[in-house]
Ligand binder design. Structure first.
Ligand code: CA
Length: 92
């Protein structure tokens, strides 16, 4: 399933950023991937593998727009994973 998405949604810049961050554990990444898939299931209405800002409720849009790393007005699975991993790391 992961491999499918990697092929279906090539986002080289994001993938390089994720690859550059070697400090995250495999466990944290796996958890973030599961959460990202849940978000996609809930919000990716047209099932293109990313959550467009249009697909979000108004109150969530402004909060999530800052995670739109490449500025394409949608949150890709990779961007979701990255933000989930980063938010998980704030815990002590
Ligand atoms: Ca979508």
């Amino acid at each position: 399933m992961v491999a499918y998405f990697d092929i279906a949604i090539p986002r080289n810049a994001e993938r390089e950023k994720a690859a550059a961050d070697r400090s995250v554990t495999a466990e944290a990444t796996a958890k973030a991937e599961r959460l990202a898939d849940q978000f996609l299931k809930q919000f990716d209405l047209d099932e293109d593998g990313s959550i467009s800002l249009d697909e979000l409720p108004d109150r969530a849009r402004s909060g999530l727009s800052r995670f739109d790393i490449n500025g394409d007005k949608s949150i890709s699975r990779d961007e979701l994973i990255q933000l989930l991993v980063n938010s998980g790391r704030k815990r002590p």
